[in-house]
Design a protein around this ligand. Structure first.
Ligand code: PEP
Ligand code: MN
Length: 359
């Protein structure tokens, strides 16, 4: 699939691309005041505001609807800022295009639904807009990839993915779990796809925005979508996570931007040396795994001779507990040890089965 790299997009000046604006357009005054301050900062590339709000519960503010599109058009004209709005169905797309928006985004609650995605893609046709596809609420990489493919097949070339985190039943300080490996895998699947982090919906609290944004920059994300409101305390949606334009300037100003490479020969030499150490440890790990599988096969043969089952859960519990304890002493997390041992165990069973089947 061919996706335009972000550097070919005319709207973007430098990394990070910044999309900012209120969660919801609430009044003409609120939209224009927020946009004026964001435009004056010179740090914002695209102004965002939701006008149709997908709220989890009924009887909450569901957006101002079409009249908000007129305010967005005013922002475009008054401050020369490209504008973006969320769409969730065909009617939203037609209205947004009619009012000349520059970009649309597809929300997390919509990305989960292939019917809605297809409807949006068909309504877009080959329109000249940028499309940002948020991750689905569930940690399902195929749904996210599929949504991007549907938009791409509709002839849209300026597509980016927005990582806003995933719902989880488990309690956590973040509103949505980042699970960073999922967007990184998406970027591996679709090379050149710009990746944007939305620390506002991920953290769910303004206190987390800076750290999450810095982490995204360290992972070489292309941009950030951050909710900014002229008076967050009075916001009609997502009050906790919105920042003022001044706070946004401070957050962006404090970000440390690291480059992916350097021309300094000393740096290159050191990195080369460290990478060769990593390669040699990886080889050692492979050698150890090979030896471990050979032992598993020997055990398999022995069990077969004595007519014993492969799996003995008490023994397996013992292996895990011991390794978790040893891992902890070495600063390795319980989750990591469990994941790696489960995988090794699976492979061991395959090797044992092989010898069990042999005559
Ligand atoms: C939003 O951007 O305001 C929004 C509703 O986001 P999400 O789809 O990430 O919940
Ligand atoms: Mn919001």
């Amino acid at each position: 699939m061919k996706i335009c790299p972000i550097t070919e997009w005319k709207e973007y000046k430098q990394r990070p691309l910044v999309i900012a604006g209120p969660c919801s357009a609430e009044s003409e005054e609120q939209v224009m005041q927020t946009a004026a301050a964001l435009a004056a900062s010179g740090m914002v590339d695209i102004f965002r505001a939701g006008i149709w709000k997908p709220r989890s519960r009924p009887d909450t503010f569901e957006g101002v609807g079409i009249r908000g599109l007129k305010w967005l058009r005013q922002v475009r004209e008054a401050y020369a800022l490209p504008v973006a709005v969320e769409v969730a169905n065909e009617r939203h797309v037609y209205e947004a295009l009619k009012h000349g928006v520059d970009a649309i985004w597809i929300g997390a609650r919509t990305t989960v639904n292939p019917f809605a995605l297809q409807e949006i893609a068909s309504a877009l046709g080959g329109a000249d807009v940028a499309v940002f596809v948020k991750n689905p609420v569930s940690p399902d990489l195929d749904l996210w990839t599929g949504a991007i493919e549907r938009i791409s097949k509709a002839g849209i070339t300026r597509i980016a993915a927005i990582h806003r985190g995933f719902s989880s039943w488990e309690k956590s300080s973040y509103r949505n779990q980042p699970r960073w490996q999922i967007p990184l895998e998406l970027r591996r699947r679709i090379p050149g796809l710009p990746l944007i982090c939305d620390p506002s919906h991920m953290g769910g609290d303004r206190a987390f925005i800076f750290d999450l944004s810095q982490k995204a920059m360290d992972l070489n994300y292309d941009g950030l979508m951050i909710e900014a409101h002229n008076n967050p305390q009075e916001a009609l949606s997502d009050r906790q996570q919105q920042v003022t334009p001044a706070e946004l300037e401070e957050i962006l100003g404090n970000l440390v931007m690291r480059s992916t490479t350097s021309d300094d020969p000393r740096f290159l030499e050191t990195i080369e040396e460290l990478r060769s150490q990593i390669d040699s440890y990886d080889n050692m790990l492979l050698d150890i795994l090979e030896s471990r599988m050979l032992v598993a096969e020997t055990i398999g043969k022995y069990k077969k001779e004595h007519n014993i089952t492969i799996l003995q859960s008490s023994r397996w519990q013992e292996v895990i507990s011991r390794a978790v304890e040893e891992g902890r002493k070495r600063g390795l997390s319980e989750e990591f040890i469990e994941t790696i041992l489960e995988a090794i165990h699976q492979e061991s069973i395959i090797h044992q089965m092989k010898v069990m089947k042999e005559e």
